[in-house]
Design a protein around this ligand. Structure first.
Ligand code: ZN
Length: 176
């Protein structure tokens, strides 16, 4: 898994690209929407905190879950007059989460993502990871330093993409 920073940056870039840079819900509301949807799959941490078992990188990291998120975004967006557009953007942002996790080094079982769940239990991960793994077993200085390095790497790779997307979005807004 990548850090929330990496997912948020990828989500901002993917959501802005999917929307063609246009404003849907509002100038900052769109950015909140993209960020929240980008972090949704990692809510599978919560049951584990309550039960002590690890449910992370389960069904919420599948293509079916991305489709479900798209449908839910569409249903929510219908009440705001942007059903199809929000479904499309929500689905693309959710896929950006899966893409970043797929490209992240995974040193904890289950290795990779169950992308084809429930049709296949296989967990898939890239042969050559781009992003560093996140350590979370103990809060030592070595672990904190490693995770800060992982965040810096994500910022370096995804920050320019997010910045470019937001710049193009701001330019489109300025043109009206
Ligand atoms: Zn994830």
């Amino acid at each position: 898994m990548a850090t929330p920073l990496g997912h948020a940056l990828a989500g901002l870039a993917a959501g802005t690209a999917a929307s063609g840079g246009r404003t849907i819900l509002g100038p900052w509301q769109d950015l909140v929407f993209f960020t929240v949807v980008a972090l949704l799959p990692d809510l599978d941490f919560i049951p584990g905190l309550l039960t002590g078992q690890n449910y992370h990188q389960g069904p919420s990291h599948s293509l079916l879950a991305a489709l479900l998120v798209a449908i839910l975004c569409g249903l929510w967006g219908r009440t705001r007059g942007h059903g199809w557009l929000l479904a499309w953007c929500g689905g693309v942002v959710c896929l950006s989460h899966l893409a970043v996790d797929y490209l992240t080094l995974d040193k904890l079982p289950p290795y990779g993502l169950p992308l084809l769940w429930p049709f296949s239990p296989e967990h898939m991960t890239a042969k050559h990871a781009i992003f560093l793994d996140v350590k979370r077993h103990s809060l030592t200085w070595a672990v904190i330093a490693h995770d800060l390095k992982a965040m810096a790497w994500e910022l370096l790779l995804l920050g320019p993409l997010a910045a470019l997307a937001l710049w193009l979005r701001a330019r489109r807004r300025a043109k009206g």
